[in-house]
Design a binder for this molecule. Structure first.
Ligand code: GLN
Length: 531
């Protein structure tokens, strides 16, 4: 079978859940036995979201091969278990960068470089890139942004051309919003009609419409949308609010989104997939009503900022038949005086990743309090670094111990830059990114948590490291370096034996934790928080 392409665009408003629909459709096609990938094309100019503040764009997700990407890639991986790569996340910045590099090399032989065809050709090349590297049945491409954005235009033109070239091997899905006007007591389809008209004006006829709604849409309303938008009635799907995003694949299956997609591309769908394991997860989730309280100590008071950590905790909770109640605790509001009160009632505490000085004193105060009071604590990336600084200050007695990122004048940089990082002058894409191997120390808590594995591969996103000059001292004072990268001899995991659970990881386990395969450290952490 030749590779088939599914394009997903959005209209009317942003944040309608295009990423969830893309991930759900991917999940269903995969459950039918197809090999799939899902990719995101973002119209903004940044080369990648690595330099973006989380308030702009939520969490920055990292692929195994070290690309900093949009958080939707996290959904793709968590839903489907596929491993995305740098080719699954493309921005306008990267498109222009490669075209301009080509121009400088002289690839264009004296031609004037233009948006059409040069930028659009590069977009088309990248849309097909994943399928040129491995055999794939379906490539789902989500176009970021909303129809009508100026910067989306080249992407829409590229998918218009591709749809034409590919014929039956491609299908367009458009996601819109149907608002409910309480005063009129009515659901309104006009924004959807307008959005589809806008697409048609660009030469794109969506074959399937997914309507996001807070109320059930009547058959009559769907028929109306179909009629006005040149779409089959059965290809008007509703995506209503559900208690969990993980119910969306089942909801899409019930309405036949996958089957319609297949039929549009000339494939007889056959019986619906059972989704057994997935449904088991949902049922177990439903039954898990007893609560485990986890405090998230971080500085970004925004749901999306720690998306993967929140999801990883929730998944791990389900497998222990618990509902994880996450309480965000702003580290800027924590100090030595109020830390007990701020963390009271928490069964466990996660000290979050981050950059820069703001809020770190609160993280250090939290690390001290949970260490001294035997409260399960998981420090992730900057979280680990704060655990280490706290330990150096209060156990080793280096009162001004610090990270070079936070303070240029400490006499004890227990967190420091490695030599090769010191030479770097550019901020974007130059951190330690992606997967590195970590050797686990036999007998350690982490090693037990991993099911006594020798080594594990974990994803990174940081510039600073534990300073090896202090390793011996940490070890003898009781902070054990139980995970180490063997190639560079950098510390990956620290823990305090004897404490209920006090583990810090320099890497980000949340990036590789999926619904059906939760990360062992999250599993063990939640297990301890419950006991
Ligand atoms: N700011 C720290 C560093 O660069 C930690 C980064 C993070 O938490 N992702 O090393």
């Amino acid at each position: 079978m030749s590779t088939k392409y599914i394009f997903i665009t959005g209209g009317v408003a942003s944040s309608l859940g295009k990423g969830i629909i893309s991930a759900s459709l991917g999940k269903l096609l995969q459950a039918r036995g197809y090999k799939i990938t899902i990719q995101k094309f973002d119209p903004y100019i940044n080369i990648d979201p690595g330099t973006l503040n989380p308030y702009e764009h939520g969490e920055c997700y990292v692929t195994a091969d070290g690309q900093e990407t949009d958080l939707d890639l996290g959904h793709y991986e968590r839903f489907t278990g596929i491993r995305t790569t740098r080719d699954n996340s493309v921005t306008t910045g990267r498109i222009y960068q490669s075209v301009i590099e080509g121009e400088r090399r002289g690839d264009y032989l004296g031609k004037t470089i233009q948006v059409v065809p040069h930028i659009t050709d590069e977009i088309k090349r990248r849309i097909r890139l994943n399928a040129s590297k491995e055999p794939l049945d379906f490539v789902i491409t989500e176009i970021g942004g909303t129809i009508g954005d100026i910067e989306s235009q080249p992407f829409l033109e590229a998918i218009r051309q591709l749809r034409w070239e590919l014929g039956k091997d491609a299908v367009n899905i458009h996601l819109t919003y149907v608002p409910y006007l309480a005063a009129a007591g009515e659901l309104k389809t006009k924004p959807t009609q307008t959005s589809v008209k806008q697409l048609q004006g660009l030469g794109i006829q969506p074959e399937i419409l997914v309507l996001r709604t807070e109320h059930d849409l009547s058959d009559e309303l769907r028929a109306k949308v179909a009629h006005f938008c040149n779409v089959d009635v059965e290809a008007v799907i509703q995506s209503q609010d559900l208690p969990s995003i993980y119910q969306v694949p089942v909801n899409m299956l019930l309405q036949g989104l996958d089957a319609i997609c297949l039929r549009k591309m000339g494939i007889e769908p056959g019986p619906a997939p059972a989704l057994g394991e997935w449904r088991n997860y949902l049922e177990r989730r439903e039954r898990a009503t007893e609560v485990v309280n986890i405090g998230l100590v971080g500085k970004y008071d925004l749901q999306d900022a720690y998306k993967s950590i929140r999801e990883s905790l929730a998944h791990a909770g389900v497998y222990h038949d618990r509902k994880v109640k996450i309480t965000f605790i702003n580290s800027e509001s924590i100090d030595e005086g109020n830390v007990a009160e701020k963390l009271s009632g928490m069964d466990g505490v996660v000290i979050c990743p981050g950059f820069g000085h703001r809020g770190i004193d609160g993280k250090i105060a939290a690390a001290k309090y949970t260490r001294e009071n035997n409260i399960p604590t998981f420090g992730i990336c900057l979280g680990l670094q704060m655990m280490v600084i706290e330990f150096a200050r209060n156990v080793l007695g280096y009162r001004d111990a610090d990270s070079r990122e936070m303070n240029g004048k400490s006499s004890h940089f227990v967190i420091d830059l490695m030599e090769e990082q010191k030479k770097i002058t550019q901020m974007g894409g130059t951190m330690r990114l992606g997967e590195y191997v970590c050797r686990l120390r036999e007998g350690s808590r982490a090693w037990e948590a991993y099911g006594r594995l020798d080594v594990t591969w974990e994803r990174h996103r940081h510039r600073y490291e534990i300073n090896n000059l202090y390793r011996e001292e940490f070890e003898s004072a009781g902070l054990k370096c139980v995970g180490v990268n063997t190639e560079s001899d950098l510390v990956e995991i620290v823990e305090i034996p004897g404490h209920k659970w006090y583990i810090g990881t320099q890497f980000h386990p949340e990036y590789s934790s999926t619904v059906l395969k939760p990360h062992p450290l999250f599993m063990d952490f939640i297990k301890t928080c419950i006991s």
